[in-house]
Design a protein around this ligand. Structure first.
Ligand SMILES: *[C@@H]1O[C@H](CO)[C@@H](O)[C@H](O)[C@H]1NC(C)=O
Length: 291
């Protein structure tokens, strides 16, 4: 197994084709269970909630999905389905769709923020990756992050700084609040924003998107259609011409600063009716992203 993994890792480097890279926790009894964990990162105690699949098998490389909370938010809210507590919106809708094929993590920002000063929150992400890789069987080529608002901004910071460690991201109503260290590597990127967002406006969301349009080698998305005000719908556009394995999507919706956007006749925000979860999960599971 060791030799096979090394060979596979070598192939990743040589061909840039995604191949499963099994973590050191594979083939061993799991040492991480579902619940709240506390780890020390640079002398600071940091907490996260983790959910291990119910039928966990230690010989299977699982996807690892981070769900990052909004400003003043709590990790429990992400794990329990956002503000509404909707079952279908646990981990931004990803948990139900994954159907026990992914490990989920909701980290806690200090004082509910993702300021990432001096890269402190990126170091926290690195420390969680190491902890989880050692204790569970993770496909290191299948790490993802999703977040809303400040959590979208931190997910953007992950895309900038850790594009080689993460396979894809979804940035919901994000802004550039958590920095962008690096920022030159490609990563599968799905940007989602409301045309009426009065907190972090859509122009900022387009700017974040366009960094990865460039990194991924895609054709400009500046002409991507967006819905008209009052249409109560959304328009999702896939970029063309992107490098193989690094797709881009942009979804604009006729709504405000919300996470679980839904089309009419559902309410503007609704965890059960939202198209966001299904579209993001389908994007992360495109064949070109598979290991
Ligand atoms: C979830 O996975 C199980 C086991 O692989 C399968 O039997 C079931 O049909 C899946 N459910 C859905 C909704 O896809």
């Amino acid at each position: 197994m060791r030799l096979l993994c090394s060979l596979l890792l070598g192939m990743v480097a040589l061909t840039d084709v995604a191949v499963a890279a099994l973590s050191s926790g594979c083939g061993k009894a799991p040492t991480v269970t579902s619940g709240v964990k506390t780890i020390s990162v640079g002398g600071t105690q940091r907490q996260f909630t983790i959910r291990v699949p119910q039928n966990y098998q230690n010989n299977k490389g699982y996807k690892l999905v981070y769900g990052l909370h909004w400003v003043g938010g709590r990790m429990e809210q992400v794990a329990n389905g956002g503000d509404t507590g909707s079952k279908n919106w646990k981990y931004y809708g990803m948990q139900v769709l994954a159907n026990e094929t992914a490990i989920f993590v909701a980290p806690q920002g200090i004082s509910g923020n993702w300021g990432n000063s001096g890269g402190s929150d990126i170091k926290f992400i690195d420390a969680m990756n190491d902890y989880i890789d050692a204790g569970l069987c993770v496909d290191q080529a299948q790490r993802f992050s999703i977040g809303f608002s400040y959590g979208g901004s931190m997910t953007y910071a992950i895309a900038c700084a850790r594009a080689k460690q993460f396979r894809g991201v979804a940035v919901i109503a994000g802004g550039q609040l958590s920095g962008c260290d690096g920022g030159n590597d490609p990563i599968a990127y799905f940007g989602i924003h409301g045309i009426k967002d009065g907190t972090l406006n859509i122009a900022g969301g387009r700017t974040l998107r366009d960094r990865f349009v460039k990194n991924n080698g895609c054709a400009s998305m500046s002409g991507a259609k967006e819905p008209t005000s009052g249409s109560r719908t959304h328009i999702t556009t896939a970029a063309t011409g992107c490098k193989q394995g690094y797709p881009m999507k942009w979804a604009a919706h006729d709504g405000g600063h919300i996470q679980a956007a839904a089309d009419k006749p559902a309410p503007e925000e609704n965890g059960e009716a939202s198209w966001v979860g299904p579209e993001v999960w389908a994007f992360w599971n495109l064949p070109e992203l598979a290991s």
